[in-house]
Design a binder for this molecule. Structure first.
Ligand code: HEM
Length: 156
């Protein structure tokens, strides 16, 4: 199917109610997901510098709870995103959507990395606090790139 045909078909469905509801829920859960992606590595920075036993225990609990909530956000954001693609599979023919999904895959890799780092910290294997500070910058870059692709839809 030609790109123009795909776009025309999609535009007809963009602003119809099921799509708008799915999109509203999708964006809401993306926000929940990112709250965790931004704050969990920040907790790692403080955790790495913590020396007292009660403080360490508190970080372990805070990190576990935050990781659970952000994973739920990721799962629901993905389910609502995929349900839009099921409604309109033509999305997969568009360059910006393919690029977006590629970056989303990197975001899931980052999420998995957070889980590995959380387990290592729990086992007492901390990296230098500065390392976590740099790791913490990655989701901001991915967020910017993904939102530009999703909203500007370059080439559309
Ligand atoms: C988890 C996998 C994801 C899938 C399958 C997915 C899929 C989709 C789909 C099909 C749309 C509708 C596109 C449109 O008609 O405008 C959409 C919209 C959107 N997505 Fe995602 N997405 C995912 C993750 C993300 C992430 C991680 C972000 C942010 C970093 C994001 C941000 C947005 C935004 C802001 C919109 C609204 C765009 C607009 O209305 O202009 N999505 N997504």
């Amino acid at each position: 199917m030609s790109q123009e045909k795909i776009r025309r078909g999609l535009r007809a469905g963009y602003n119809r109610p099921p799509m708008l509801w799915l999109k509203a829920l999708h964006v809401s859960f993306v926000v929940t997901w990112f709250a965790g992606l931004f704050y969990l590595p920040r907790l790692f920075v403080y955790h790495a510098d913590c020396r007292d036993a009660p403080g360490l225990e508190r970080f372990v609990v805070m990190e576990r709870r935050l990781f659970f909530i952000m994973s739920l956000g990721a799962l629901l954001a993905m389910l609502f995103g995929l349900s839009m693609i099921v409604q309109a599979p033509q999305y997969l023919g568009l360059g910006w959507m393919r690029a977006k999904l590629l970056l989303v895959a990197l975001l899931f890799a980052y999420h998995y990395g957070c889980w590995r780092l959380m387990l290592a910290l729990r086992a007492g294997r901390a990296r230098p606090a500065r390392w976590y500070r740099i790791y913490n910058e990655v989701p901001a870059l991915l967020l910017l790139a993904i939102v530009i692709l999703a909203v500007v839809k370059p080439g559309d």
